[in-house]
Design a binder for this molecule. Structure first.
Ligand code: 4NP
Length: 156
């Protein structure tokens, strides 16, 4: 491996999907003993400084990967150089991330579920306006992606 991977997960608000993706991937990376930096951000700045959504926090705790300490932030121009990989949770996030990319961006930018064979092009659906069941679907999706991604980095 040439460069230490640094992975940024990006959704809209950085309070539901991307903190869960961060937690799931951190768990997998630790399990495989990967040396990797992990963070998350939102394309919007609406929740800057806030902890993740209580439903996401409760779920993460139940899954053994608490996210109570996280604070939402908006993606910034320096993220495009600091991170080697930026993963969008859905295609709108992907379009927004690409649109804001500075000219000197070096990160590989992609859709998260593209790393799961058979799920290419799919979105991790936004659970914000739904109920707890939607967050379980989010956890299933980000965990599946986290396993595939961690495996990919382990094989580099
Ligand atoms: P996230 O979910 O992008 O997965 O963090 C959302 C969080 C907040 C809002 C929408 C989606 N919002 O409209 O405030």
């Amino acid at each position: 491996m040439s460069e230490r991977p640094a992975v940024l997960f990006v959704c809209l608000g950085n309070i539901c999907r991307s903190p869960l993706a961060e937690a799931a991937f951190r768990t997998e990376a630790e399990r495989l003993g990967l040396d990797v930096e992990v963070d998350s951000a939102g394309t919007a700045d609406w929740h800057t400084g806030k902890a993740p959504d209580p439903r996401a926090r409760a779920l993460a705790k139940a899954k053994g990967a608490p996210i109570d300490h996280l604070q939402a932030r908006q993606i910034a121009p320096e993220d495009y150089r600091r991170f080697t990989h930026i993963f969008a949770l859905d295609e709108t996030n992907l379009a927004d991330i690409r649109e804001r990319a500075p000219a000197d961006a070096t990160a590989q930018i992609g859709l998260l579920l593209d790393c799961v064979p058979g799920r290419e092009g799919q979105a991790v659906a936004d659970p914000y306006y739904g109920d707890e069941a939607g967050f379980e679907v989010t956890w299933r999706d980000v965990s599946e992606a986290a396993r595939a991604l961690a495996q990919r980095f382990a094989e580099r």
